[in-house]
Design a protein around this ligand. Structure first.
Ligand SMILES: Cc1ncc(COP(=O)(O)O)c(C=O)c1O
Length: 491
């Protein structure tokens, strides 16, 4: 491969612009389709003509603006404050509400919002040597990441295998004197189920503890669904005791990636989120969020997206999405052996297989082979393996095709039969400790599963079956090792 013909990032001689773009487009051809309603995770597509072009133009306008210093770039401060105001108003805060003093920040995504919610809660209690957070197991993994990064202990609360919600009594029992934050999801990513926010916030408030509502996924969907008449329970600042809420604009606000909002009920609650430093000879530094230098691109693109779609646009998109959810749920109900894990109450359809002859992981591969990209979820703590569908407005025109495709994929999965891994491999996965994994063992496992070589295999059922056979800590270690094999520099 010569340097200019390859994809090396630093060729000896620069490559003309048009060709560089062609190269990127050629690389992108191997990706899952971000548009068109056939990818049920990772992407949020409203299917609105012209919106991408608007967002891209807005992004380009502010791409080189630096959010490091809002006094140098007041355009960004203006747009950021407008985004926070819009999110606060949508989520029960602002003038004339019971939460008139809501403030917030724009972050790079849900994970950053959650890390900062945990940081604010932790740093509000400097008296505690070992701060703790209470999180239902259905809470997003980013809370565990926050706990890990911030050295905060995580107290998980189980969820009921039928309702997929935590029992409020269990949440209350998990709160200790060292607890700095209690979490509820609206809804959970995995199953799309809304936690009993009012009850959870009440037990947190009674204990004098902050309560964060993770509405990263649903914050820009549930309010519209409620306006359309869906029975959405209270989950926002209208609920006493809710102290902070996160809502991702790069999800159901349909903004390009890199933008979420973290709201606090008042400025005092937000203050410990910030980091300021003046004890060095450089510029005085104050960062509301984790990044210091940050591009204005995502903020400008989100601002343009919200202004262009407006409330009427979001209502229309929510109605379309609601109907698509209903259609997909019907498609699942129509296939023998498949069962909805939860009745859809937001924008997620999640199903499992009750019939051992129908292997969900094989079904996912069969759907992929037919151009439908769904997300497998491993069995965990008494909850069965499941398939997750994030439903966005662009799915609506596809619903009629999905039903037959699902039935066909299910028939093909039955015909193929469940994945059978060699018994010794399964036994190894079930008994190995993460510490016992040697580089040779990992290389052998990866080769056997078709991993490595810079790309994931087309069929993932064997990988998922192996991961599922492994205890949680070994799953994590295997994931790290497998992705480590993919992330290798090209020379
Ligand atoms: C409920 C919930 N919280 C947090 C996150 C993390 O968001 P991000 O991937 O933007 O970091 C997600 C992502 O799907 C989510 O669904």
């Amino acid at each position: 491969m010569t340097e200019t013909a390859g994809t090396g990032a630093l060729p000896v001689e620069g490559v003309p612009a048009a060709r560089v773009l062609d190269e990127i487009r050629a690389l992108r051809a191997g990706d899952r389709p971000t548009h068109g309603g056939r990818l049920f995770a990772y992407v949020y597509d409203p299917g609105v003509a012209g919106l991408d072009e608007l967002a891209q133009a807005a992004y380009a306008e502010s791409a080189h603006v630096n959010g490091l210093d809002p006094t140098a770039f007041p355009s960004l401060l203006t747009m950021e404050n407008a985004l926070v105001g819009a999110a606060a108003r949508l989520l029960g805060g602002g003038p004339g509400t019971s939460a008139p003093d809501v403030v917030g920040s724009v972050t790079s995504g849900g994970t950053e919002s959650l890390i900062l919610a945990v940081k604010a809660a932790r740093d509000a209690r400097p008296d505690l040597a070992e701060p703790r957070i209470v999180v239902p197991v259905s809470g997003h993994a980013a809370f565990a990441k926050a706990a890990h990064y911030l050295r905060v202990a995580l107290d998980p609360v189980p969820v009921d295998p039928v309702t997929l919600r935590p029992a409020v009594a269990d949440v209350a029992a998990a709160i200790r004197p060292e607890t700095v934050l209690v979490v509820a999801s609206a809804p959970s990513y995995a199953h799309g189920v809304i936690d009993p926010v009012a009850e959870i916030a009440a037990v947190a408030a009674a204990a004098g503890v902050r309560c964060h509502v993770d509405a990263c996924f649903g914050g820009w969907a549930l309010p519209w669904l409620r306006r359309l008449g869906a029975p959405v329970p209270p989950f926002d600042f209208a609920v006493p005791g809710v102290t902070s809420i996160s809502a991702d604009l790069h999800k159901y606000a349909y903004a390009p990636k890199g933008v979420s909002v973290l709201l606090h009920r008042d400025p005092g609650l937000r203050a410990p989120q910030f980091f300021a430093y003046a004890d060095w000879p450089g510029y005085t530094m104050v960062n509301p969020v984790i990044a210091s230098t940050r591009s204005g691109g995502p903020i400008a693109a989100a601002y343009a997206t919200l202004r262009h779609l407006g409330e009427d646009g979001y209502l229309r998109l929510a109605a379309v999405t609601r109907d698509a959810v209903a259609g997909l749920a019907d498609a699942v109900r129509a296939v023998d052996g498949l069962r909805l894990l939860a009745e859809p109450e937001s924008t997620v359809v999640c199903f499992t297989a009750d019939d051992p002859a129908l292997d969900l992981f094989v079904l996912v591969d069969e759907l992929t082979a037919r151009g439908w990209h769904t997300q497998p979820q491993l069995a965990y703590a008494g909850l069965p393996a499941s398939v997750h569908l994030t439903v966005t407005a662009a799915v609506a025109p596809r619903v009629a095709e999905f039903g037959p495709a699902l039935a066909e994929a299910a028939a093909a999965a039955r015909a193929a039969g469940p994945v059978v891994l060699p018994p010794e491999l399964l036994a190894l996965a079930g008994s190995l400790t993460p510490e016992a994994l040697t580089p040779d063992l990992i290389a052998g496992l990866a080769a056997g599963l078709g991993l490595g070589g810079g790309a994931a295999p087309d069929r993932m059922a064997a990988v998922n079956t192996l991961l599922q056979a492994a205890p949680v800590r070994l799953r994590e270690r295997l994931l790290v090792e497998f992705v480590g094999l993919l992330q290798r520099p090209t020379w």
